[in-house]
Ligand binder design. Sequence first.
Ligand code: DC
Length: 213
Amino acid sequence: MIIAIDGPAGAGKTTIAKLLAKRLGILYLDTGATYRVLTLKALKDNIPLDDPFALRYTAINLNVRWEEGKIYLDGEEVTDRIRSPQIDKIISLPVSFKEVREAMVEFQRRLVGTKDAVVEGRDTTTVVFPNADYKFYLDASLSERARRRYCDMVNKNIQVELEEIKQDMEVRDRADLTRDIGPLKKAPDAIFIDTTNLTIEEVIERILSYIKR
Ligand code: DC
């Protein structure tokens, strides 16, 4: 069984998908994290972020391990580093290339294999697992999404401005919505959930109610 969860940054995908996978006792895959690891690797190795072929080569040869919720790149733990504002600012470019996305989609499918999983990230319901058993599209207002991302960062002791996060998010949304390859869009058969005024538990209950049906 594959449950795919799509939607823009800050809509609650990561939190919800992680808890849902735990509740159901199945694998959790955060596809955004795979793109973030690739971006960090490119940064570390001085790979030009505008070179799709060098990035694809890097994607194919990524040395990543997922272990008990922690992410290791070349043996080093990078779980928090991949979520830094520095990565947020530059990630739109590498994720926009067809060559990169094709390699990453292969990588993501390989990570899931034949297991039951909750797979989360924009384009998971449309490109990565278009035949998923359940598809959900989570969204929330821009202000609420920015507030959530801000709280995440503050909780990790990362110094940020709410207004800056909101602006970055708006820029990233636009890039994600308008790109030709793997754009952020709701699959026609995905169930839409506006999480602006819902608690995490309420969103999970709503998703589980569809699955139980
Ligand atoms: O969900 P996130 O903020 O961790 O995603 C990081 C970036 O990767 C974001 O700009 C969207 C992009 N992304 C993507 O293009 N395709 C996915 N399946 C997941 C994330």
